[in-house]
Design a binder for this molecule. Structure first.
Ligand code: XUL
Length: 541
């Protein structure tokens, strides 16, 4: 029976899932994960990111991702699986991050020595040692410049699916071209994390898929090709430095001889890699419109499939290409797991003590609200971090625990309204989706059933399912998406959490107050403290 490998290079870790599948017989045959900070401490990352004095900048070493890939392939080789059956590989990667390669990259990757580790051989292929990643918010000036050059925010959003965002690749490339023009000139190819890792596997410059390319602010969403106006407005000479864009299910090469000889792997097809969110769309089984998924990971994201691109006129969300060839709507929050951890650590709690605090506090937090901006935030845009507490102090354990979870869930609900989806059920994924107390708050805030999924890492699973989809299509036996995700990405019915109608009614009111707190904290509206006090006395009646 053929095997399909999905890899997921996220902010903090690299994971792998191997599926064994033929007809109705299908199972997860291998799963493994390595945390960057622990497995590769020599890179000195914290949560996968290089320390920086400036909270607005965030970068990671691309060599770290390459070394992790080599280690994971070695683990796979030792898994005991009959890898001669490995038919196809695909991958998922954190979105937006960019890797800058010089002209040495192509010849170096074409003649790697399988007797030696990858990392010792590719040190010379980078024109920039670090890769700016999605957590970077240092490019507001470049965003404004790009929008002005293409005719404004709406023009850019209509064409590319998003207004200019600091973490998107166009603004990052522009900043690099301005601050280090010599290194920019020495750059032969700019990959996203996804296409960089695919390139390491195939040994030549791999194309990008439309899902990840739509996270650059450079792709024409309708044509699934680079939009020359945005490309030319971003940096001089950029067009020739960008990879090509291929359909998400395209075979972009085969596993190069390096991997075959080094780890005893076959010349398996490599299917275009994509971003973690497009992969998670498949990994949470959302191949039909009408349901949404919420991923509670390093970033918290809310997303769903769209048949037609409905661009967000408020400028909050994004429309990306979906692996099915359709579209997906997405809103991203930077203060995800690190914000939950910040509260847990501030009180020295274990996760079970954190959950206990959540259980013993009243839904609605007695009208107390926390805006969880521990780091600069993406949604809404907050460049200077700062946690805002309305009605309580920083040392109140219970109010902070409930405050961070309710604040995040209300922000997810508020800022996904633009997608215009009637949400009756949510597929929950990401590390924190294992916590049913958090998911109950999600169900109550959204007024929707919430399901957990069998496979926790939906991005890695989605990558493996994309390998299955692309791999079988390449052999001329294409499988419809419904069947691809069947069994693997189905919600577990026994895991269903129902919303409580009275709690949902309470959150429907509180969410307006949450929105008022956001507007106030951003300096654009009055202090809502009196409204919160009125809410508190009403809920005591
Ligand atoms: C999405 C986004 C994050 C990253 C990291 O737009 O920035 O979700 O993909 O996971």
């Amino acid at each position: 029976m053929p095997l399909y490998l999905g890899l997921d290079s996220s902010t903090q870790s690299l994971s792998a899932i191997v599926l064994e599948a033929e007809g109705d017989q299908r199972r997860v045959a291998f799963e493994s994960s390595l945390q960057f900070d622990e497995a590769l401490p020599q890179y000195r990352t914290r949560h996968g990111v290089l320390p920086s004095e400036d909270p607005a900048t965030a970068a990671s070493p691309p060599l770290l991702w390459a070394e992790a890939l080599d280690i994971m392939m070695a683990r796979l080789a030792k898994s005991g699986l009959d890898l001669s059956r490995l038919a196809a590989i695909s991958g998922s990667a954190q979105q937006h991050g960019s890797v800058y390669l010089n002209a040495q990259a192509a010849p170096t990757l074409a003649r790697l020595d399988p007797a030696r580790p990858l990392v010792g051989q590719i040190g010379g292929i980078f024109s920039r040692k670090v890769a700016p990643i999605w957590m970077d918010s240092s490019t507001s000036a470049e965003c404004a410049e790009i929008e002005a050059a293409v005719g404004g925010e709406q023009a850019l959003a209509q064409r590319t699916g998003s207004r200019a965002f600091e973490r998107f690749t166009a603004a990052q490339i522009r900043k690099f071209s301005k601050t280090d023009p010599a290194a920019y000139a020495a750059t032969d190819r700019i990959h996203l994390v996804s296409s960089f890792l695919a390139t390491l596997l195939t040994g030549w410059h791999a194309p990008l898929d439309p899902g990840d390319a739509s996270g650059t602010n450079l792709m024409d969403l309708g044509a699934c090709q680079w939009w020359p106006e945005a490309v030319d407005s971003t940096a001089g000479g950029l067009a020739v430095k960008l990879p090509t864009i291929a359909p998400a299910s395209a075979v972009v090469g085969t596993l190069s001889e390096y991997w075959q000889k080094r780890h005893g792997l076959p010349p398996a097809n490599v299917i275009a890699w994509s971003g973690d969110n497009p992969c998670s769309l498949v990994g949470t089984g959302l191949v039909r419109e009408g349901r949404i998924a919420i991923s509670l990971g390093t970033s918290d994201t809310v997303f769903g499939l769209m048949r037609e691109p409905r661009v967000d006129r408020t400028g909050t969300g994004h429309v990306f290409g979906a692996p099915t060839g359709e579209y997906m709507g997405l809103t991203c929050f930077k203060n995800g797991s690190l914000a939950r951890e910040a509260v847990r650590d501030a009180f020295g709690l274990s996760w079970s003590a954190f959950s206990e605090a959540l259980r013993r506090t009243a839904p609605g937090n007695n009208g107390r609200i926390l805006l969880p901006w521990f780091e600069p935030e993406i949604t809404p845009p907050v460049l200077t971090p700062g946690v805002h507490r309305y009605g309580f102090e920083a040392d109140d354990l219970d109010a902070n625990v409930r405050g961070v979870i309710e604040g995040q869930q209300m922000a997810l609900a508020l800022h996904s309204r633009w997608m215009n989806v009637t949400v009756d059920s949510i597929h929950a994924t990401g590390g924190a989706a294992a916590n049913r107390d958090i998911l109950q708050v999600m169900a109550d805030v959204f007024g929707a059933d919430v399901y957990q999924l069998q496979v926790g890492n939906s991005a890695a699973l989605g990558a493996a399912l994309r390998a299955l989809h692309g791999g079988t299509a390449a052999e001329g036996r294409a499988i419809p998406w419904d069947e691809v995700v069947k069994d693997f990405a189905e919600p577990v019915s026994a895991s269903r959490l129902h919303p409580d109608p009275s709690r949902h009614a309470l959150y429907r009111d509180l969410i307006d107050l949450y929105a008022a707190c956001e507007v106030h904290a951003l300096g654009r509206g009055p202090d809502p403290s009196a409204r919160l006090a009125a809410f508190r006395s009403r809920s005591k009646e």
